[in-house]
Structures are given as structure tokens and as C-alpha cells.
Ligand binder design. Structure first.
Ligand SMILES: [Ca+2]
Ligand SMILES: [Ca+2]
Ligand SMILES: [Ca+2]
Length: 341
């Protein structure tokens, strides 16, 4: 790990690209600090190695906590932060978020995985240096903490016994302590509140990327909404899902919104869904409030199944369950001169 850190630092210090007329975001070292009762404090750094000033673009950084020194299907999403400022040539910033659910993690060593510009809004000659892995950071056993247990389910829509275009019942994904509902959307949420719906969602059998059955929108060109509402005092887990495209490959995106659709908690990259095999998507997002999973933009040509989710036993919740504290932004010149911005 130290080696990875120094390689990153050497890459930053040795960057010869000052005169190059390019943007180049690069993920730098990060840290994860386990606190008593206040959650996990995750910090990561980003530098523009390119010779061009990057104007304001709302690119997103994504932070995960991982058991291995790499992102994996079991890595937990800590959160995303949106860039809020331009980033000049050679300038860096540091981001911090506080993750409230430290009690979900067993004692042991963890790595922070930071991914920069995950929607690729910034065109760069080097997109491969946009991920950094830092650690390990050790979570010590806390005898006062008992991790909750989870009841989990995988929604396999072919198990419902429906015919093609059958309406998927609203109780089909419910668990004790968790109400799940699903709808077709008129248009994706825009951050101003609950979006309009076009009724329920349909079932369709074979033909979608090798999946035996999928959920699709009830109208072409529309997105799907799955709302997960845990009982008070429980935590909902969004594990992941499988996408399948009908006959030709397609693009899809996965968004997760907060309870009142005012905060986008997660925004995936644009996913290329192949026609002949399922596309596995892992999320591992936790919330003690309702979360809305939106899959789009055209869930007529793309279907979803094997939605993996769960709900915890009742737990004492953290004092303030803030998924993402507004990121601290520290701009500085990499060559030691503090930016005057
Ligand atoms: Ca880059
Ligand atoms: Ca990029
Ligand atoms: Ca329900």
C-alpha cells in the first residue's frame, strides 16, 4: 500500500505535463478515519496534472470502503461529492465526507477507493489515473457495538408467474420492516421533488440479455422507479441489480435519490449493457431513510432483474444520519503557492 501511495506521489511530482494543453484529473492519497460514535471520516485528494485550467464542470467523485486493496463487488459506497469550483493547472483539492453507519462494519482493515469524475464530464488523455486506493485503515473492535442483522432478498421477477406485459404487484418486493414500491416515470427526477409517474411496471420474459425475466417500463422511452422505505429505526441496503438489453446493446444509468428527491445520492457512469449477457451492477448503499432507485433512460429496450436489497434489524441510529456533509474544498497550488481563489 505504501508503495501505491508513493507511486501516486511520484506520478504527481514527476508530471511533466505543465505545458500540455490538456486537462488531467488525478486521484491522490486519501484516508479513512474510524471515530467513536461519529462515523467514518473519508478524505481524498485530486490534482489537475494537465496544463489547462479546468473550468467549472460538475464532475463527481465517488468514495468506497473496501476489504481488499481494490474496488470489488462487496465494496461499500460511502458517498459521492460534486465538484464545486474550477480547478487550475497544477491545483489540487481535498474532499471530506462523513459516513454515519460505521457500526455496519466488522473490525478489521479497510481501504478507501476514490474515483474521480465518474461520469467522465472532463475529457482527459489519461482516464486511468482517476482511481486511488489508500490504506489499510484499521477499525478496532468496539465492545459496545453489535452490528445489526439483515434480512435480504433478490427480486427475480420470473418467480411471480406473470405473462409478458403483466403488471408487477406492489407487494412483490416487500420485506418485514421494508416497503418497496415501483413505478414507471414520466421523466427522470430533476431535484425539485417527487417526479410524476405513469403507473406501474411490466414483466417480460426471456429475451433481455439472457435473463429469464425482467421488469420493464409500461411505455417505451421511460425510466423505472423503485422506492425502498424502511420502518423507522431500520437501515435499507441496496446491494445491486442485473440489467439486460433486448436484442441489441443499450446504455443505461442508475441513480439513487434521497427521500424527497432533492438530493442525488448516487449517479452511475453511463453503462453499456450488452445484448447477450446480463450486466451486473453493484452498489452497496445504505440508508436509514427512504431511498429511490431510478434506472433509465429507456427501460423498454433494457430490463432489470435480480435486484438485491435488504433491511436491518432495528438499530440505534447515529445522532445525525448525514450521508454527505458538504465537502470541504481546499485549493492549493501543487508547487506550494496557496491559490488566491
Ligand atoms: Ca486523469
Ligand atoms: Ca474524465
Ligand atoms: Ca410494496
Amino acid at each position: 500500500m505504501i508503495r501505491r501511495y508513493w507511486l501516486t506521489m511520484m506520478a504527481i511530482m514527476a508530471a511533466p505535463a505543465w505545458g500540455d494543453a490538456v486537462y488531467d484529473l488525478a486521484a491522490g492519497p486519501g484516508s479513512a478515519t474510524f471515530t467513536e460514535g461519529d462515523g467514518i471520516v473519508a478524505t481524498w485528494t485530486v490534482t489537475n496534472l494537465g496544463g489547462l485550467d479546468i473550468p467549472y464542470l460538475p464532475w463527481r467523485d465517488t468514495a468506497y470502503l473496501s476489504r481488499e486493496p481494490a474496488w470489488s463487488a462487496t465494496s461499500t459506497l460511502l458517498g459521492q461529492a460534486t465538484n464545486g469550483l474550477p480547478l487550475g493547472a497544477g491545483e489540487s483539492y481535498e474532499r471530506t465526507l462523513v459516513y454515519p453507519y460505521q457500526f455496519l462494519f466488522a473490525p478489521g482493515d479497510y481501504y478507501l477507493v476514490s474515483r474521480i469524475d465518474t461520469r467522465n464530464l472532463v475529457p482527459e488523455p489519461d482516464e486511468a489515473n482517476n482511481e486511488a486506493i489508500s490504506g489499510p485503515f484499521t477499525l478496532n473492535a468496539d465492545p459496545g457495538v453489535t452490528p445489526p442483522t439483515f434480512e435480504r432478498n433478490t427480486a427475480q421477477f420470473e418467480d411471480l408467474g406473470l405473462g409478458n406485459y403483466g403488471v408487477i404487484p406492489q407487494d412483490s418486493m416487500d420485506l418485514p420492516g421494508l416497503d418497496v414500491s415501483h413505478h414507471t416515470l414520466v421523466a427522470p427526477p430533476d431535484g425539485t421533488g417527487a417526479p410524476a409517474i405513469l403507473g406501474g411496471i411490466f414483466y417480460y420474459g426471456a429475451g433481455y440479455g439472457g435473463l429469464p425475466g425482467v421488469a420493464i417500463a409500461n411505455t417505451p422511452g421511460r425510466s423505472l422507479l423503485f422506492s425502498f422505505a424502511p420502518e423507522a429505526g431500520r437501515i435499507v441496503e441496496l446491494g445491486g441489480l442485473d440489467l439486460g438489453a433486448y436484442s441489441t446493446s443499450d446504455v443505461a444509468e442508475v441513480h439513487v435519490w434521497n427521500a424527497d428527491f432533492t438530493t442525488l445520492l448516487f449517479e452511475s457512469p453511463l453503462l453499456t449493457v450488452p445484448a447477450r449477457e446480463p450486466y451486473h451492477f453493484d452498489l452497496n448503499l445504505y440508508s436509514d431513510e427512504t431511498v429511490h432507485l431510478v434506472i433509465g433512460p429507456d427501460m423498454w429496450n433494457t430490463g432489470v432483474s435480480n435486484i438485491r436489497y435488504g433491511v436491518s434489524s432495528p438499530v440505534p441510529l447515529p445522532m445525525s444520519a448525514v450521508l454527505l456533509i458538504p465537502a470541504l474544498l481546499v485549493l492549493r497550488r501543487s508547487r506550494g503557492v496557496v491559490s488566491g481563489r
